[in-house]
Design a protein around this ligand. Structure first.
Ligand SMILES: *[C@@H]1O[C@H](CO)[C@@H](O)[C@H](O)[C@H]1NC(C)=O
Ligand SMILES: *[C@@H]1O[C@H](CO)[C@@H](O)[C@H](O)[C@H]1NC(C)=O
Ligand SMILES: *[C@@H]1O[C@H](CO)[C@@H](O)[C@H](O)[C@H]1NC(C)=O
Length: 374
């Protein structure tokens, strides 16, 4: 009797569980992912430029300028594998031209990063193998010359209005107050790197950090002055300059001329993806730390930190059960944990597309060239 009641109990539990599964299926199955756009930063690479006093001149001779390293390839490959896991039920297993478009800046390390990610995203299926010893297939990566890159190679410097805004930023009291802490440090850097103080601009500071980071990771002896404390301070300074570049002062105006362009392009893709005859599922952009910073500043979700190697910003367009379209954003800045959900200020995490577009409309520029004129 007791055994029978137990069996009955188990049966009704199973029944309830099945009902629950059906319920879950009905409530979740109808929410559909429609489109994804990703913007990532390259993996580790060899220095693009050594500072004049650098002792390791052989690096560039042996490894080349700005080439993705083995670690960099691994980082990007891992990112691609993560994308495959995340979108296994969305993106076809085999590469299809109509589903995905990939664009990179015209730099060796970003082009190589895109290719390494694609190798992770599209592992070969049995009938794609064209040589059993090479488990890789070519997948197109598009680019335009840097001088014509009005999308990913940020900041766009050929814009007089932006240059003016940047000059203004540097003279604001707030910025000067923060920069003051770094004045002796800049002199210190100039003395030891061999750059003149005048040459030590934002771009050089970022490159110097890149070089020291590369040499440290790859077991080259660092110069004695480049202590951990100095490198930490260099990171802080780089972050201050990164914020000043895209935000800090007149952020909306700057975003219209910088990160807003990429945002506008992505929103255009997202908007097109609502059309039921649209087949494209994914647009992938391979850029730099500044690309991510500019985009996230335009969205007002930037955390102020230098985007690490292979950091990736995700946009996902969903169609909800009631037919409404929503956007979710994620930021993957650590491969060991799940990406951080990012919420557009003024919206819910799962932001209705119309609301999203309305909220970011102040940074979407119509006539860039015209607005760049002074
Ligand atoms: C650098 O040295 C460490 C410790 O000896 C080692 O674990 C690491 O693999 C080395 N890195 C490279 C890139 O050779
Ligand atoms: C959807 O796409 C088709 C084919 O490209 C086009 O003819 C049509 O106008 C589009 N519909 C909307 C609502 O944009
Ligand atoms: C990663 O991004 C999140 C969200 O912006 C931020 O809270 C976190 O501090 C970041 N971590 C690193 C290591 O940059």
């Amino acid at each position: 009797m007791r055994a029978r009641r137990l069996v009955c109990g188990i049966w009704s539990l199973c029944f309830m569980f099945c009902l629950f599964c059906i319920f879950l299926h009905q409530t979740t199955a109808k929410r559909k992912l429609k489109f994804v756009s990703m913007v990532f930063c390259h993996g580790e690479h060899t220095p693009e430029e050594l500072f004049p006093a650098d002792m390791h001149k052989e690096i560039l001779r042996q490894q080349g300028h700005g080439q993705l390293t083995k670690l960099g390839i691994q980082q990007q490959y891992e990112l691609g594998q993560y994308m495959r896991r995340r979108y296994s039920h969305f993106l076809s297993v085999v590469y299809k031209q109509s589903e995905i478009y990939v664009q990179s800046t015209d730099c060796d390390h970003t082009l190589m990063s895109a290719q390494a990610s694609l190798a992770g995203l599209y592992p070969l299926t049995q009938d794609q193998i064209w040589n059993p010893r090479i488990l890789w297939q070519p997948i197109p990566v598009h680019t335009v010359p840097l001088s014509h890159d009005n999308l990913l190679y940020l900041p766009f410097s050929h814009c007089p209005k932006y240059k003016e805004l940047l000059r203004e930023t540097f003279t604001t009291r707030d910025f000067q107050r923060q920069l003051k802490h770094y004045k002796p440090f800049l002199k210190f850097l100039a003395t030891h790197t061999g750059y003149s103080l005048k040459k030590l601009n934002t771009e050089r500071i970022w490159k110097l950090l890149d070089t020291l980071q590369y040499e440290d990771n790859n077991n080259y002896t660092l110069p004695v002055w480049a202590t951990r404390g100095v490198r930490t301070k260099l990171i802080k300074l780089s972050e201050l300059l990164l914020q000043a570049e895209f935000g800090f002062h007149k952020q909306i105006q700057k975003s219209r001329l910088q990160g807003g362009i990429l945002l506008k392009t992505i929103l255009k893709h997202i908007s097109n993806a609502r059309n039921s005859s649209h087949r494209q599922k994914m647009v992938m952009y391979s850029g730099h730390a500044a690309t991510i910073a500019a985009l996230q500043t335009a969205l007002n979700v930037f955390n102020g930190k230098l985007p690490p190697y292979s950091a990736c910003h995700f946009f996902e367009l969903y169609q909800e059960r009631n037919g409404q379209y929503t956007i979710e954003m994620y930021y993957r800045n650590n491969s060991l944990r799940n990406p951080h959900p990012l919420t557009l200020p003024g919206c819910k995490f799962r932001c209705p597309l119309e609301r999203f577009t309305q909220l970011v409309s102040p940074v979407l520029v119509r006539y860039w060239t015209k607005e760049c004129r002074m």
